[in-house]
Design a protein around this ligand. Structure first.
Ligand code: TNX
Length: 765
């Protein structure tokens, strides 16, 4: 008898625990991109195996997506009675944005409201993110999920929310393209810009021109290391491939099922060496060239003779059969005009058409292709170079060289997509850790992407309506593998999704970071190899009450920073950082983020060179370009040098086409033994070090000036130096005059554009 009772008690306890164990309670939603409105209420809804689904016919596709997604853990049966424990999709034509939706969770129902299936689809992505990440791969084991009651109202800020991928420089599998598209859908992005052709390879099957795929899709070898490493070395391995038309159709349908439009890009007239290698007669020179084996800009571009247009029209005929998108991207960027200038066919064409210069010839080229596509019911997008020589009448401009192109195009009442290098180029470094995988250069940390505002201040409210959205670009010169693409794209794509979806008022970087920490679990389960820089230390020099302090911070909450000032690695026993560290001499700070047990991220190290100008007053004749204003002009004399490999970090200041005048006030007459500074020199990114620096001094404001000048050295390297020494010189004030390099010369990337000047610390010893 007693044994029986004991058995009952044991079974009871067991049942109680197994029930308790088997339900997962969600307390707080961690949605990316942030919704316009989220209100958590009291009460809860329980999702379990008895939950059913019910939907308006218009939402069959999204409801099916949700059922398939949940099928392994919760097979939702269809139920047409509105009882309880139901997920219900209802049509609400009052929701004016076709991509907008509402979700209401009450103890009995999860109700989705939308006016179109696109809105319903985004509601499903939100529901997906409300649920535990383990549902992504079917590894969820619990019997039920308890969700908080809530109301969400949501709609996108921009109608064009894009992500790009270059498959010409390196190519990726069909499965990978689908995985990329899946991630875009999860983040409510709606456009995939597929860069299919370039100098280094043609990646789309064209039946009419099979040699494009037997010759143009393959290069004989590929550059090893960085383009700036001299001499260039190659791997000696044939590389290439293309997507068949069947594969493309499959991918286009896959994307459509996820409300994603694919915009194909067929580059013209530049970035077309792979075609000219295949059909030399389409170039100006007829001399054979190879599919390019290194990166950059090439002079072999399409000739403007009739044969080129026939070829392109026939190629585009096949392209539009495959891609139902309204827009076709025709490239238009970086087309050197060297060949056209001496080509009899092009010169004849200019005369016949009354064109003043080669820019107008490019405009003729693009406008003619635009007309062809318009007649077939399609619109063109082109990179902002299509503005030069006159914009084709209906073109949409993709603004990448800063925002000037966007401003001009919007003022001319043309639609614009924002993708400036400064905030949208995910091929740039995202951390200044020296062990990051090799990249093209630049520096674009997550925070800078997050704070991107696609609407330029220079535009009026009316003009801003022409900015239809923005996109992140993944150029793949330095991404030979799929996991490298993921490392560069994630998490910056998450920040971009919030830039294009969320309203300015719903954006908060710290909150984004805490949501991201949760989202990382989902990325892991999805086997996306994202970069994780969340547990790194960031440092900054701050001047307060005429004293200099160095402050440290980490992005994530509930973590501590420990640091050392003696050059040793920080450990779990090092001092805990509480407030800014006073700096009065040359100091090396090492710091890292710890939880209670161990170090989480990498060690941060900064050396402050306490020279004679540190913390002094500095003024500039022009402000640095707003995309590269780093820690401001004070950064020129804060004792901290810029990175040797990332010109966009906060210690480098960038100026576009300006001559500089920098004045430093040392407060009192000071003996000066030397002045030195550094300039960045990455010609591929249009950055040129200046040739000379002129320095003027005065002992006080009334006394005569002395002038010295010196040449900038190492102008062939990534970093150039200026250094001038003095035997017997004292001064209280000095002015450095630095004439910019000027226009980018012919034959170089960006020829004809203004060059950039990047300068870091001005060291006075
Ligand atoms: C410029 S963006 C290019 C691409 C390169 C990229 C590298 C644009 C229209 N042209 O060809 O891959 O820079 O960042």
């Amino acid at each position: 008898m007693r044994i029986k009772r004991l058995l009952f008690i044991l079974i009871g306890i067991n049942l109680f625990y197994s029930c308790a164990e088997k339900s997962l309670i969600i307390k707080k939603p961690h949605l990316i991109p942030a919704p316009s409105n989220l209100e958590v209420k009291s009460g809860q809804f329980t999702l379990n195996k008895n939950t059913t689904i019910n939907y308006d016919d218009d939402f069959a596709a999204s409801a099916k997506f949700l059922r398939t997604y949940l099928s392994k853990s919760f097979p939702l049966k269809i139920n047409n009675e509105f009882t309880s424990n139901v997920i219900s999709f209802n049509k609400d034509s009052l929701i004016s944005n076709v991509e907008g939706y509402k979700i209401e969770i009450t103890p009995k129902l999860i109700t989705v409201h939308a006016s179109s299936d696109r809105g319903a689809f985004y509601a499903v992505q939100t529901i997906r993110q409300l649920l535990p990440a383990k549902l992504e791969n079917g590894s969820f084991q619990d019997k039920q999920i308890i969700l908080p009651c809530l109301n969400i109202e949501d709609e996108p800020q921009f109608e064009y929310r894009g992500m790009h991928l270059d498959v010409a420089r390196h190519m990726y599998s069909v499965d990978f393209i689908k995985k990329y598209i899946d991630a875009l859908a999860l983040l409510k992005m709606n456009t995939f810009h597929w860069h299919l052709t370039d100098d280094q390879g043609w990646r789309i099957e064209i039946k009419k021109y099979p040699e494009l795929n037997t010759i143009g899709s393959y290069r004989k070898e590929t550059l090893i290391g960085h383009y700036n490493d001299q001499p260039h070395q190659f791997d000696g391995k044939r590389y290439g491939g293309f997507y068949t038309q069947d594969q493309i159709k499959e991918i286009v349908q896959y994307a459509l099922d996820r409300k994603i439009t694919i915009i194909p890009e067929i580059e013209m007239p530049g970035h077309s060496q792979a075609v000219i290698a295949t059909y030399p007669k389409l170039g100006c020179d007829i001399k054979p060239v190879e599919v390019a084996t290194k990166w950059g800009v090439f002079e072999e571009i399409f000739c403007t003779k009739e044969a080129t247009f026939t070829f392109l029209e026939e190629v585009l005929d096949e392209v539009i059969q495959l891609f139902p998108s309204e827009y076709i991207h025709i490239g238009g960027d970086e087309a050197p005009k060297t060949r056209w200038k001496t080509c009899p066919d092009c010169q004849r064409r200019m005369k016949q058409e009354g064109l003043k210069n080669e820019q107008e010839l490019q405009s003729y080229f693009i406008t003619r292709i635009e007309k062809y596509l318009n007649d077939k019911g399609r619109q063109i997008i082109g990179w902002d170079e299509i503005l030069e020589g006159g914009l084709a009448p209906n073109a949409t401009v993709m603004s990448w060289r800063g925002t000037e192109g966007a401003i001009t195009a919007a003022k001319e009442k043309h639609n614009v997509i924002m993708t400036p290098t400064s905030h949208c180029y995910f091929d740039y470094y995202q951390s200044d850790n020296e062990n990051e995988p090799l990249s093209i250069g630049g520096f674009l940390p997550l925070e800078k992407v997050y704070h991107f505002n696609p609407l330029p201040d220079e535009l009026s409210k009316q003009e801003k309506q022409y900015i239809i959205g923005a996109q992140g670009n993944v150029w793949s010169e330095y991404m030979p593998t799929e996991s490298q693409v993921e490392y560069m794209a994630f998490p910056r794509l998450l920040a971009m999704s919030e830039v294009v979806w969320s309203k300015e008022e719903s954006k908060d970087y710290n909150d984004f970071i805490s949501r991201l920490e949760h989202f990382n679990e989902r990325l892991k389960i999805l086997e996306i190899k994202f970069a994780n820089h969340l547990y790194e230390v960031e440092g900054e020099m701050v001047a307060r009450d005429n004293k200099l302090n160095y402050s440290l911070k980490t992005l994530t909450e509930n973590k501590i920073i420990r640091f050392s000032l003696d050059g040793r690695e920080p450990t779990i026993n090092s001092e805990i950082y509480g407030h800014p560290i006073p700096i009065t001499e040359k100091t090396t700070i090492k710091a890292a983020v710890f939880d209670t047990k161990s170090q989480l991220g990498q060690t941060f190290s900064e050396t402050i060179n306490f020279h004679k100008a540190v913390g002094k007053k500095v003024s500039l004749n022009v402000a640095p370009h707003k995309a590269y204003s780093g820690s401001g002009k004070e950064g020129l004399v804060n004792g901290i040098a810029g990175s040797d490999t990332r010109y966009g970090d906060k210690e480098w200041l960038g100026f576009w086409g300006d001559d500089l005048e920098i004045e430093i006030d040392l407060d009192e007459i000071t003996k000066i033994n030397s002045i030195s500074t550094r300039f960045y020199n990455a010609n591929g990114q249009w950055i040129y070090s200046p040739q000379q620096v002129i320095v003027k001094f005065s002992e006080d404001s009334s006394i005569k000036e002395k002038m010295h000048s010196g040449l900038v050295e190492n102008r062939d390297s990534l970093i150039s130096n200026f250094n001038i020494k003095f035997e017997d010189l004292s001064a209280s004030k000095l002015i450095l005059t630095i004439p910019g390099f000027g226009m980018i010369p012919e034959g170089k990337q960006g020829a004809g554009n203004k060059s950039w000047t990047f300068i870091d610390e001005i060291v006075i010893e």
